[in-house]
Design a protein around this ligand. Sequence first.
Ligand code: NAD
Length: 483
Amino acid sequence: MVSRVIPVDPFDLVLFGATGDLAKRKILPGLFHRFEVGQMPPEARIIGSARTEMDAEAFRQSTKDAIEEFTPDSPNRAKTLAAFLERLDYVTVDVSSDQGWQDLAQVLRPDVVRAFYLSVGPSLFADIAGRLHECGLATPDSRIVVEKPFGRDLASARALNEGLRACFEEHQIYRIDHYLGKETVQNLMALRFANSLFEPLWNATHVDHVQITVAESIGIDGRGAYYDQSGAMRDMVQNHLVQLLCLTAMEPPSKFTPNAVRDEKVKVIEALDPVEPADIARGQYRADTGGDSYRDHVGNSSSSTESFIAMKVSVANWRWSGTPFYLRTGKRLRARESEIAVVFRDPPHTIFPNVGRLRGNVLVIRLQPDEGITLRTTIKDPGPGGLRLSEVSLDMSFADALGADVRQQDAYERLVMDVIRGDQTLFMRGDEVEAAWAWVDPIIRNWEETGDQPAAYDPGSSGPEEALMLMHRDGRRWRHIGG
Ligand code: NAD
């Protein structure tokens, strides 16, 4: 299958935090891939910026190293990398001082799209937005891109929004949740709204429950200080899992425009019931033998931060009343696996003798490790010997559908091009982020007030016993993590 690439308009992209981890691992390699496929016009320029003193040549060299390390799947790299590096420039700016802003002003062109990508900590967002505004760099055709974490509660998210909106209009602000850039997540919208098969069944009458799992096999991995102040609820549920829930539960937007889609997502968040403590299982990985324990990894022997959370969530609206959404995410679990599983109700009656209860169909939208969609169905066991039934999955793996030689686009790649195109559909709007915090805040506050302690779970397991009970007591079971 040949994908059609439409070049974007000429642009100046200023990458603040260009020497950081995210820039090297994701953003610069993503831009390189878009260059390789011809989506970047010859006039496109990427201006790296950080407080590290270096010249453009040194930045090109460090970008070259990063791309060589992080684009192992690029067969033509040797041919195209030099031309890509020519697009790069570098300006030293210490964003918390006056230094460097005028140098930046001098390299920016007046007549092209301007994107300011803030790949820096959130404490710098308002400062950078303010300086861009004061120095007259934030032109009407400018966009500003910010990374998670977008606040740690409603108050701080509001303050961040206010800081950004003091200098940019909402239609210029791109809040990245890279889960929304995944191929499958967008395919979920195509599946629901470009097919007539599923939508009539997409409601409480036909869906028994939905399971959303984002399981990671790695532990805290060098991010201990940040993670211990955050935990799974702030780090994963408030943003990624809520976003996946929204796309699964939302009403069909009247059109595929950024605000029509985001309006529907906000309505879902506003329809979420408060979650009772009994509907939440918090966990922390702890190896009795020592070594592989959350507390060792974060260097805090009395930490009560959760590295795992499972919860039963009710979307209190006409479509979903009575159909729970079970969310689960955690570190150091059995496997790295993310999926949305829509579990349909069991057939009401079986006409087949000796088969017992027939199980409902399950539509699985798989995000990690590979992306694809499967539908569990019941068929006749092939061959002679009477009519026996067995379960098979109708499988649509994107790697197979696209052909083995077609590389799947990384989420950052797609999102950064959407910024240039001015398409906010896959970015979170300010009110969406605030609504998610307003739902999450009381849960966290309750833990703090009651001194709630997460239950221990074994590294490499599927989480604490309490999470299993959350389902068992409803007569349901989590899908197996790890194949
Ligand atoms: P990092 O610490 O590796 O890099 C930070 C960058 O900011 C560096 O280039 C540094 O020079 C620059 N910087 C810091 N203070 C500065 C100042 N005063 N003036 C100018 N530049 C300054 O961080 P990172 O991991 O690349 O993360 C960047 C942002 O992205 C953070 O908000 C982080 O939470 C978020 N994020 C990162 C990841 C990831 O995988 N690394 C994933 C999701 C979100």
